[in-house]
Ligand binder design. Structure first.
Ligand SMILES: [Zn+2]
Length: 163
């Protein structure tokens, strides 16, 4: 069967950025599993895989615009240092990726860019912002999502949740 909306897809893949560095990967023993068409991957990534079947190999590039976009200066934020409270030594360091919450309880990850006595500068841009992404890999399995998987919004069994 072919990949289409509401199919569960298992992949092995490698994600490279322009300098050739592999920044993400999944192999056949630990495949990446997702439900197609639910926004669990980049929309352009879902689109590229539409119509593929088990055993198909793929290799394509997504431009930064089709991936995580360009860096946005508004996503670099100065935060009073007291917000970080009594974070253990070694956690609040330049380059650290830290979870933060907004006033409505949404969680974001930010990267520490600068630490001053009174404030900390955090970058909430996605780590792959501004990058063209090269994906290559192979389709390992395609099946219909179960009603329960669609209800939960995630894959059960291999490559997914066990509960
Ligand atoms: Zn579940």
């Amino acid at each position: 069967m072919q990949i289409s909306n509401n199919t569960v897809v298992l992949l092995q893949y490698e994600l490279r950025i322009a300098n050739g560095e592999v920044v993400d990967a999944a192999d056949a023993a630990h495949p990446f599993a997702f439900i197609h068409g639910l926004g669990q991957t980049l929309p352009a990534f879902d689109e590229k895989l539409t119509g593929m079947s088990v055993g198909d190999e793929f290799s394509f590039q997504l431009s930064a615009e089709d991936a995580y976009g360009q860096a946005n200066a508004a996503d670099i934020v100065t935060i009073p240092k007291e917000i970080f409270g009594e974070m253990p030594d070694g956690e609040l360091v330049i380059g650290a990726e830290l979870p933060m919450q907004d006033g409505e309880g949404h969680q974001f990850y930010g990267i520490v860019k600068e630490i001053q006595p009174q404030f900390v500068v955090m970058d909430f841009n996605h780590p792959l912002v501004g990058q063209n992404l090269d994906f290559s890999g192979k389709v390992l399995a395609v099946r219909f999502a179960t009603a329960e998987e669609l209800d939960h919004g995630h894959v059960h069994g291999e490559g997914g949740h066990h509960h």
